[in-house]
Design a protein around this ligand. Structure first.
Ligand code: TYM
Length: 333
């Protein structure tokens, strides 16, 4: 039966505490898919080494991320949840794909340009070849869809280019994956700088999944809005980026349309919108936070989940790896 299901796969780097950008852009779009898809979701711990990490923090965040995945509705009985470094086939395929990826195409990656500008003293080879490891993460599970936020679209595109190059030499080895980007929440912006993406590197504009309600409310109350006071609550990302971002978060949390939100705040100003969005986020996060805390108290259970996940993921990944090794001319073991 599961052979006929389409496959979905995605991952998040445990390089910082999870925030509502990664929740609304990615995880929320993963939950509830397991009835129709074979789903693989992982903690991309290997990717985090491209920037220096404190080992103990990386371990804590990897486990917390797993607990959050489960608390967000990813039932480990129905979804394969695992740690990237527990499935060595990702790194093994990445080496092969490195040899089918061009220096020029990697040099054009926006994230490489951004991150090398920010980490000028540590432009390591991993930062450069990062999209190839990501292509291996994806292609090794032969997925149909890769649910990600807008910023990862370019990486899914280079993955398709690599797959296409490999397939045109060796035949149809890899399935062509499609990025799967949510309608609302694909690009959540920073609350105090709506021209840049919400990210952990700007903590004041970033709402973390495990943050206390009073801190969340404070951040929303201080959110930057726009100077137009005549027609305050209108969705217009170009002219009103701050308000539009708040509306997008509100829409993604409550399922309301922009028109409904405009009506709700008709005649009211930003003063009413900001705490309303804050409360919607607090309420959305409350059950997730409670369940995450409960799960984190049961380390043995979390261990059993990631062990079983690695076993299931390895089984699928090794099948693709064997096929690739054979195609390129390695002798079978
Ligand atoms: P990462 O860890 O930076 O982000 C994880 C996911 O969250 C989305 N996201 C956002 N969406 C909306 N608004 C935001 N402000 C925001 N910030 C983050 C990202 O688009 C992503 O979907 N390279 C990947 C991790 C990865 C991966 C993979 C993903 C490694 N291998 C294979 C898919 C498939 C990354 O760094 O995402």
């Amino acid at each position: 039966m599961s052979e006929q299901k389409k496959v979905m796969l995605s991952g998040i780097q445990p390089s910082g505490d999870l925030h509502i950008g990664s929740y609304l852009g990615a995880i929320k779009n993963w939950a509830g898919r397991a009835e129709s898809y074979d789903c693989f979701y992982f903690m991309a711990d290997m990717h985090t080494l491209t920037v220096r990490q404190v080992p103990a923090d990386l371990r804590r965040r990897t486990l917390e991320q797993l607990a959050i995945y489960i608390a967000c509705g990813l039932d480990p009985e129905k979804n394969t949840l695992f740690v990237q470094s527990h499935v060595p086939a990702h790194a093994q395929l990445a080496w092969v794909l490195d040899c089918y990826t061009m220096f020029g195409e990697l040099s054009r990656m926006t994230q490489f340009k951004d991150k090398s500008a920010k980490n000028a003293d540590n432009i390591n080879a991993g930062l450069f070849t990062y999209p190839v490891l990501m292509a291996a993460d994806i292609l090794i599970y032969q997925p149909d869809y890769v649910p990600v936020g807008e910023d990862q679209k370019q990486h899914v595109e280079i993955c398709r280019d690599i797959a296409h190059r490999f397939n045109s030499i060796y035949g149809e080895v890899f399935k062509m994956p499609e990025p799967f980007i949510p309608e609302k929440g694909a690009r959540v912006m920073s609350l105090n700088n709506p021209s840049s993406k919400m990210s952990k590197s700007q903590p004041e504009g970033c709402v973390f999944m495990m943050e206390k309600p009073e801190d969340i409310m404070r951040k929303f109350k201080r959110a930057i809005t726009d100077s137009d006071t005549v027609n305050p609550v209108r969705y217009d990302p170009e002219k009103k980026p701050g308000v539009s971002n708040l509306m997008e978060i509100y829409a993604a949390c409550t399922g309301r349309s922009y028109e409904q939100i405009e009506l709700e705040f008709e005649g009211k100003g930003y003063g009413a919108l900001k705490p309303a969005v804050g409360e919607a986020v607090v309420e959305m996060l409350r059950p997730i936070q409670e369940e995450t805390r409960r799960l984190l108290a049961d380390k043995a259970y979390l261990e059993s989940v990631y062990r079983a996940g690695a076993e299931k993921a390895s089984y699928v990944a090794n099948k693709t790896l064997r096929k690739v090794y054979k195609k390129v001319g390695f002798i079978a073991q």
